[in-house]
Design a binder for this molecule. Structure first.
Ligand SMILES: Nc1ncnc2c1ncn2[C@@H]1O[C@H](COP(=O)(O)OP(=O)(O)O)[C@@H](O)[C@H]1O
Ligand SMILES: Cc1ncsc1CCOP(=O)(O)O
Ligand SMILES: [Mg+2]
Length: 278
């Protein structure tokens, strides 16, 4: 069963206003800051190697996003990540476009070697490339579905990388390699707005900033995000992606209670690598 106390997490975020230190990409910076504000968290973007250790130290979560990476960003991300590790601050990695170029894949793997990352969130292709498996990737978007079921892929990746892994797509999965959740819901309109994956990683970080059980916090975040998308589509989706994006920010802000009681989290992974059973 999903722990019922986690229904209160959105309220806890609004009460605690956790500081989320994002080192993210130039495409999604504003959307990410506004999404975190809508949720009730406190976003900050800081990149300079001279200050990231200090910022990470006082944050409640650090997000490393490789969407528009550079050598300088990778160096600074490692400084931030290590500072977070030294001060007990959880680190969340979004390996945007891993597999699209060798530089991206190598950067993500280097961070995973040099920083203790708590959770990796990506689409199936990105996660597959991190563990040397093929997965069609076109720029930053997943291509055709690979051979592997997302739950099995996520469990393999969690074991190989030694982190929690969340794979998103039509359905979302999150696992520590042994236990996990399958989350249904969301809306395909999310794929028509750039940065919804990146913002989601930061939203997971905000949930993780107020709940130390990161597997449950991550599952709660995925379900909350999907429900916000459904509500946004009902409000404004027919108008098109621009209106949907605004309505989505609004939906992130208004849900005080979590929609878990509506049964969006449906499955629990009991046996490692065997997929998520109904
Ligand atoms: N076909 C789909 N139907 C419903 N929701 C989707 C679909 N594809 C992606 N999503 C949702 O879009 C959000 C971003 O996920 P995704 O597109 O996988 O990330 P990225 O943008 O990093 O590739 C997630 O909340 C995910 O559940
Ligand atoms: C289009 C693009 N190019 C580099 S980063 C980026 C945004 C990717 O955002 P998301 O992974 O959330 O779709
Ligand atoms: Mg992405």
């Amino acid at each position: 069963m999903f722990p019922s106390g986690l229904i209160q997490l959105p309220l806890r975020i609004k009460e605690q206003r956790p500081l989320i230190h994002n080192m993210t990409n130039v495409v999604v910076t504003n959307f990410t800051a506004n999404g975190l504000l809508a949720l009730g968290a406190s976003p900050v973007m800081a990149y300079a190697k001279e200050e990231v250790a200090d910022m990470a130290r006082v944050a409640q979560a650090v997000v490393l996003n490789l969407g528009t990476l550079s050598s300088e960003l990778v160096e600074a991300a490692i400084i931030a990540g290590r500072s977070a590790n030294d001060h007990g601050v959880p680190v969340f990695l979004d390996p945007v476009g891993a597999g699209a170029t060798a530089f991206r894949t190598e950067a993500a793997l280097r961070i995973l070697r040099e920083v203790r990352v708590s959770l990796v969130r990506g689409n199936a292709a990105e996660v597959a490339h991190l563990i040397g498996e093929s997965g069609a990737i076109k720029g930053v978007d997943a291509g055709e579905a690979g051979e592997s079921a997302p739950a099995d892929l996520a469990a393999r990746a969690a074991h190989r990388l030694g982190t929690l892994v969340a794979i998103t797509g039509q359905e979302d999965v999150i696992t520590d390699g042994t236990r996990g959740y399958l989350i249904r819901g969301g809306h395909p309109m999310l794929t028509q707005v750039t940065g919804t994956g990146c913002l989601l990683t930061s939203v997971i970080a905000a949930f993780g900033a107020v709940e130390p059980d990161l597997l449950s916090a991550g599952a709660a975040a995925l379900a909350y995000y999907g429900e916000a998308a459904v509500r946004a589509f009902e409000r404004a989706g027919m108008e098109g992606p621009g209106s949907f994006q605004i309505a989505f920010l609004d939906a992130l802000s208004v849900m005080e209670r979590h929609p878990l009681e509506e049964g969006t989290i449906t499955s629990l992974l009991e046996s490692a690598g065997r997929g998520f059973v109904q």
